[in-house]
Design a protein around this ligand. Structure first.
Ligand code: 0L1
Ligand code: MG
Length: 269
């Protein structure tokens, strides 16, 4: 049986947001559709993923957003959200990322988890931590498709939680590391641009997992073996600019990406 067709509001919103992302041109927050419920917003996200899949992209994980007070304050919201990651969004650790494909990107230091087994998020008794086989320092590049990063909660959810790129450092075993209140430092060309602690991520990064499971259950998300989970930022996001951007999580490791102005410049590296 084929999946039921999405309502026109949802497909219309997905088309506008997908075009904005592909053309690196922001849309006005109020453009094209009036109000979305949270359910319609997550359906829009699913429609965006279908459009990416039709272009050959593969779903590789999920990201949580607004897991820290700093981020909630920065963006004026008060609820956790979840978005989808694809292989086209992933940049290799130490790899290069071009700014010209993005609108007004910001970067934030994150903790990433690796899921080792197929997870049934619909299972209310699930303990997602049991399926985690790796943890790493990460960088998330967010790039709202809305003019000036102006949105409300349903609109940012519809926009796949501003997900644009992500980078994950070397995986470590969960039992090898202590994630409790570890210093997190983000640098651009060696200059510290943001610092915080893993405690900023809901008190402890592992506390995000039951919240992710609950959101996944509510909105019908999938988490197969091999998925990456970005647990959220430990600091506010910082405007991305050319240079070497790194994040270091004490006791866990580091990750870096080389940011260049144009894709032409990237291919010369
Ligand atoms: O924490 C997050 O990754 C949320 C990103 C969505 C909001 C934003 O664009 O800042
Ligand atoms: Mg984030």
């Amino acid at each position: 049986m084929s999946a039921p067709e999405a309502p026109a509001l949802v497909t219309g919103a997905a088309e506008v947001l997908d075009t904005a992302q592909q053309s690196a041109t922001p849309v006005r927050t109020t453009q094209a559709w009036p109000e979305l419920s949270l359910e319609e917003a997550y359906a829009t996200q699913a429609a965006l993923l279908s459009r990416r899949r039709a272009r050959g992209e593969r779903a590789v994980g999920l990201k949580l957003g607004f897991t820290s007070e700093a981020k909630m304050r920065q963006m004026g919201v008060d609820e956790l959200i979840v978005g989808r990651l694809t292989d086209a969004m992933q940049v290799a650790d130490g790899g290069a990322l071009a700014l010209d494909a993005l609108i007004h990107p910001r970067v934030e230091p994150e903790v990433a988890f690796l899921v080792g087994t197929d997870v049934d998020l619909a299972n209310p008794a699930l303990d997602l931590a049991d399926s985690i086989v790796g943890v790493a320092a990460g960088l998330e590049i967010i790039d709202s498709r809305y003019d000036g990063f102006r949105f409300d909660l349903p609109r940012v959810v519809a926009d796949n939680t501003s997900a644009a790129r992500f980078v994950v450092g070397p995986w470590r075993g969960l039992d090898e590391v202590d994630l409790d209140d570890q210093a997190v430092t983000m640098r651009i060309d060696g200059e510290v641009v943001a610092s915080g602690t893993t405690a900023a991520i809901l008190g402890h990064p592992l506390r995000t997992l039951p919240r992710l499971a609950a959101l996944g259950r509510r909105f019908g998300l999938q988490l197969p073996a091999g998925s990456v989970v970005l647990a959220g930022a430990a600091t506010e996001a910082v405007a991305l600019r050319p240079g070497t951007v790194s994040a270091e999580v004490a006791g866990l490791g580091a990750v870096e990406v080389s940011v260049v102005a144009t894709a032409g410049e990237r291919s010369k590296q």
